[in-house]
Design a protein around this ligand. Structure first.
Ligand SMILES: Cc1ncc(COP(=O)(O)O)c(C=O)c1O
Length: 394
């Protein structure tokens, strides 16, 4: 009998120390909005993960814990079965989070003042990791044509000679693109030509909708593995972001050594007991759960696309992967402040404002769609009502 997973279950996350739900006052100045800003899901994590954690709790000893060979094996098997990329266990480094790994890699591979390229609009910590480490952000804006984002290769060609490191978001947050082999290949060849190291943030890699196919940058051709670090985690996929456990895959021994040395400087090498056990359970037993999740999310995505694209002034970009939707609201004719005011005060929804994603984000918002269907229907009705009643908010 096929296993049943209940994504319709509505859980109350208020008062659970949830970033999404319990920081609304701080972020929006309003505790009553429906929060759709943080990229986490309103579902319970898979039972196989919860069971693994419970088993450890029942065992009762939570002392220092090592990453055993089974931890690395779970990662190598996952990369092989999910992405057809055969990696070696000794290519894998641990990092608590991917953002931590970005900071460490920036320090390991560049010097203060060096140029680090990012493609905007993009996940805002990409800017912060570069700036806080005193490197220079080089912005390459993605091109938007008829609701579809592509890389600006012409501009890349001009910018890359000034760049030491490029951060690739693959799949891309917030625009939802799953880069094709052709795009990755062209991007990689340009980086290779100019001696640019690539950090490929693939945290959303497992959440890709058919017929799109996720290709790891390092596996996209021409020895891209030699000049890249691939960053993966079970955190988005299995909704365990609070456990802070990710894996950084660096096939080139010299680049791996530089990364590990920088990690060592902060003693960031020991994993968290629960993260270790959760990753192993998720990657060895979680496949059927994701298959069911993707079916559920795909329907949510389509419901949301259909609703938003029938609202005057709004146009949603189709997410090829991820559970977040990038919505073009420029035709509403509102300033960025007015747009947020409209969402918060009229629709009672808390989106991620487009402006935090950098150049190309003005006039947009990002909305999460990983909610039980009944909650999604309710919040979309709120949005529809607010648009229907739209009175000037200026
Ligand atoms: C592209 C991307 N990278 C990294 C992260 C966060 O990673 P971590 O929590 O492991 O630092 C997110 C979370 O939304 C993300 O979207």
């Amino acid at each position: 009998m096929p296993e049943k997973f209940n994504f319709d279950e509505v859980i109350d996350r208020t008062g659970s120390a949830s970033y999404q739900w319990d920081c609304r006052q701080e972020f929006y100045g309003d505790n009553g909005v429906f929060p759709m800003w943080v990229a986490d899901m309103h579902f319970k994590s898979p039972q196989v993960v919860l069971d693994a954690l419970r088993q450890r709790i029942d065992y009762g000893n939570l002392a220092y814990t090592a990453m055993m060979p089974s931890f690395y094996k779970a990662i190598t098997n996952w990369m092989q079965t999910q992405f057809n990329w055969q990696i070696m266990e000794d290519w894998v480094s641990f990092s608590p989070g991917i953002v931590t790994a970005l900071c460490v890699a920036i320090r390991a591979y560049t010097q203060p003042g060096d140029g680090v390229l990012i493609q905007t609009p993009v996940y805002s910590p990409f800017f912060k990791t570069v700036e806080r480490n005193n490197r220079q952000v080089i912005v390459n804006q993605l091109l938007l044509k008829e609701g579809y984002y592509t890389m600006d290769f012409g501009k890349l060609e001009q910018q890359l000679p000034k760049v030491k490191l490029a951060i690739l978001c693959s799949p891309h947050n917030p625009v939802g693109r799953v880069w094709t082999t052709g795009e990755l290949h062209r991007f990689g060849m340009l980086c290779k030509k100019h001696g640019v190291i690539v950090l490929s943030d693939e945290i959303h890699a497992d959440l890709v909708y058919d017929p799109y196919q996720q290709i790891s940058f390092a596996n996209a051709g021409n020895n891209f593995a030699d000049f890249s670090a691939t960053m993966i985690a079970p955190s988005k996929t299995f909704n365990i972001a609070g456990l802070y456990t990710s894996a950084i895959i660096i096939p080139c021994p010299e680049l791996k050594k530089r990364f590990d040395t920088e990690m060592d400087k902060s003693y960031l090498v020991e994993g968290n007991l629960f993260g270790i056990f959760a990753l192993e359970a998720a990657y060895t037993k979680g496949k059927r759960w994701i298959e069911a999740l993707l079916e559920y999310l795909r329907e949510n995505r389509d419901i949301m696309l259909n609703t938003i694209n029938n609202l005057p002034g709004m146009r949603a970009i189709v997410p090829e992967g991820t559970f977040i939707m990038w919505v073009d609201c420029r035709e509403m004719g509102l300033s960025d402040d007015e747009l947020m005011k409209f969402f918060i005060e009229k629709a009672r929804i808390g989106p991620a404002p487009g402006t935090i994603f950098g150049k190309g984000g003005s006039g947009f918002v990002r909305l999460n769609f990983a909610y039980p269907r009944a909650m999604l229907a309710e919040v979309l009705q709120q949005l529809k009502n607010a648009v229907d009643e739209l009175i000037p908010v200026r």
